[in-house]
Design a protein around this ligand. Structure first.
Ligand code: SF4
Ligand SMILES: [Zn+2]
Length: 469
């Protein structure tokens, strides 16, 4: 079997391959592909066998892009379908162990680059990579006794197989639909992403899939059972502290020990108060839009700007690193299907924008009374259009505006003894429950602005100051 011509070590995990250094790009946002692991009857696996459908690395043109899919069949006495997602997630780690190879994301979102340097040093065949991967899988996950790999670079073949793979991902995601946090005593945790986000605390419950979207509660359970020393482990639920917010004593204890004391509270279903940490592999980023007091969502596939003027990449940069970031939250797509979806903040009633293709994916789970009130890039382009749209459709979030306006008007009256006409003041105020968010206190009467920033990281592209007209 072919040998991988460079080094293989966890040391290369953080390696990034920039455009100028890349020989080829495989799958990724401008192409297509997927990774899939299937539990298979051992008799049907020829251990170590590799099949390639489509052109090999040596036949690829430098600087170009190809579709790419990886399929692995795994077998063994302890191998069961619940382990598929866990093994599949490790494909990401192990790929990054290979020097000169970069792997991002998961499932149908994968994005791989091979460096020029690696190709110059003799990486010319997918067989070299597949062989390395198969031996890593077997060495690191001892329950895998037999493994076979099929890689595809032929576009038509990928289309055919991708359809099948999407069905399988969907079936996995639907498994937890009838199981809820109140039905179980144990949640699961995962530390895989601590290699680059050391304080990340990933908690997986029946009502909350991991933010990478790749590991659900059943997957966590199967992994913890078969590999007790592995990166997935049980978390005792403990006492319910806040049922709506999703706060549990066991999760708080786990958060404290896993984050090295950085966080000691997590509310699983809250955006603003002790939110779940975000490492970097989230499928979707939620972002607070103070002007309308609502939450927008943007996924990796959306290439434009959200109504706040920012693309996914910029907001993802603000969100990652294994922190509790108030104002941004990374989630797995399947969390949109959870009946507990951000229930502490109003759930779907607080959602004010998402890209159309993302909305389509989850449309069946959006409550009927709000589904037509959530605009996409086809309806609104900026904040003022968003505001108008929300008003016109009577989106439930506008109830919050009037409440806040009233509160503020009362406060203003007390302060200055005369009513203020500051119709858009609610726009610049974060909810009081945001513990470390910037707090803006505009004071229209004095013409000045007082800004208090606590523990905040703020980056501003441009500030325009204009005289009142
Ligand atoms: S996002 Fe969470 S569940 Fe997914 S691999 Fe990272 S730590 Fe594990
Ligand atoms: Zn991660």
């Amino acid at each position: 079997m072919a040998e991988f011509p460079l080094e293989i070590s966890p040391m290369f995990e953080g390696e990034r391959i920039r455009k100028n250094d890349m020989y080829v790009e495989l799958a990724g946002p401008k192409s297509k592909g997927f990774e899939l692991v299937r539990a298979t009857d051992s008799d049907e696996i020829e251990d170590g066998k590799f099949t390639l459908i489509g052109p090999d690395i040596s036949e690829m043109e430098e600087g170009s892009r190809y579709p790419f899919a990886m399929l692995y069949k795994i077998g063994g006495e302890l191998v069961e379908p619940d382990l598929e997602a866990i093994v599949e997630r490790r494909n990401h780690d192990f790929y990054n162990y290979m020097q000169g190879v970069m792997h991002l994301n998961q499932r149908y979102d994968i994005w791989v680059r091979l460096s020029k340097d690696a190709v110059n040093k003799g990486l010319n065949s997918f067989e070299q990579m597949a062989a390395a991967m198969m031996s890593l899988f077997k060495n690191e996950l001892s329950f895998i006794e037999k493994i076979e790999a099929v890689y595809i670079t032929d576009p038509e073949e990928i289309d055919k197989e991708l359809e099948n793979a999407m069905e399988i991902y969907k079936e996995r995601d639907e498994r937890t639909a009838n199981l809820h946090e109140e039905d179980v005593d144990t949640f699961y945790g995962c530390t895989l992403c601590q290699s680059f986000a050391p304080s990340n605390v990933c908690v997986i419950t029946p009502d909350r899939i991991a933010l990478c979207g790749a590991i659900n509660w059943f997957d966590g359970r199967a992994a913890a059972k078969v590999d007790p020393e592995g990166p997935q482990f049980p978390i005792e639920k403990g006492e319910v502290i806040d049922e709506v917010g999703g706060e549990y004593s066991g999760v708080n204890e786990a958060a404290k020990s896993l984050s090295g004391g950085e966080f000691d509270r997590i509310k699983l279903h809250s955006f603003f108060e002790y939110p779940h940490t975000s490492c970097g592999c989230f499928e979707v980023v939620g972002f607070y839009i103070p002007e309308v007091d609502g939450i927008g969502w943007v996924d990796r596939d959306f290439t434009g700007n959200a109504p706040n003027g920012l693309p996914f990449s910029t907001m993802a940069g603000q969100t990652g690193g294994g922190k509790q970031v108030v104002g941004f939250l990374g989630i797995g797509i399947n969390y949109f299907r959870s009946p507990k979806f951000l229930q502490a903040d109003g759930g779907w009633d607080r959602v004010v924008w998402m890209p159309s293709h993302l909305k389509e994916k989850v449309v069946d789970y959006i409550p009927e009374d709000v589904v037509n009130k959530i605009p996409t890039e086809q309806d609104v382009g900026d904040i003022s259009e968003l505001e108008t749209y929300l008003k016109e459709t009577e989106h439930p979030v506008i109830e919050r505006w009037s409440e806040e306006e009233e509160e503020e008007t009362e406060a203003e009256e007390e302060q200055s003894g005369q009513p203020e006409s500051a119709p858009s003041q609610y726009m610049t105020q974060m909810p009081a429950s945001m513990p470390s968010a910037p707090s803006w206190t505009p004071s229209a009467s004095s013409g000045g602005v007082k800004v208090t920033l606590k523990n905040a990281k703020v980056s501003i592209d441009r500030i325009i100051v204009k005289n009142k007209e």
